[in-house]
Design a binder for this molecule. Structure first.
Ligand code: NI
Length: 167
């Protein structure tokens, strides 16, 4: 749990850097890859968790601009990745400039429960991680090698001197 804004920022910046590396590996074609025929596309999932960041923070009382044309999923992977980069930086600035360590202890209603702002901020990171995991699976299905977020993808085990990666 985050006791200070600095604690949160450390994790926010680290996770944003990892998410950025995943998004930087997307191609325009891969954005149309779907989970199943009527399912959400890879582009929709990546765009959802990106545009959700300011919506979520604004909902919980921070002043931050929403993404323009958030309802239109870009056809360009570069636009998705650049939007995430800008939004994650804007989110950091908004939180650092508008909330203090004390704000983290304040309680508000979130999803029908009483939660501290620290838990609410953790929820935002979890939401991104949840969808980022889906994105890496879909990238694999779309024929791309996903960035190894918390460990190497199978192609890179060999560079670590492992011939037969563990299952
Ligand atoms: Ni979601």
């Amino acid at each position: 749990m985050y006791i200070t804004i600095a604690d949160f920022m450390k994790e926010w910046h680290r996770e944003a850097m990892l998410t950025q590396k995943v998004l930087d590996g997307l191609t325009d074609d891969s954005l149309n890859h779907q989970v199943y025929p009527e399912g959400r596309s890879l582009g929709r999932i990546a765009w959802h968790f990106t545009t959700n960041i300011p919506e979520y923070l604004a909902h919980f009382g921070l002043k931050i601009d929403r993404v323009e044309n958030a309802e239109d999923i870009p056809a360009s992977a570069k636009i998705v990745a650049e939007t995430f980069k800008n939004i994650s930086a804007q989110a950091a600035t908004a939180i650092e400039s508008q909330w203090t360590d004390d704000s983290l202890k304040q309680i508000q209603t979130a999803f029908g429960r009483q939660e501290s702002n620290a838990t609410i901020l953790m929820g935002l990171i979890k939401h991104i991680i949840h969808h980022r995991g889906q994105v890496t699976v879909l990238m694999r299905q779309a024929g791309l090698k996903p960035f190894g977020v918390y460990g190497p993808p199978k192609e890179d085990w060999i560079h670590l001197g492992v011939e037969n990666p563990p299952l």
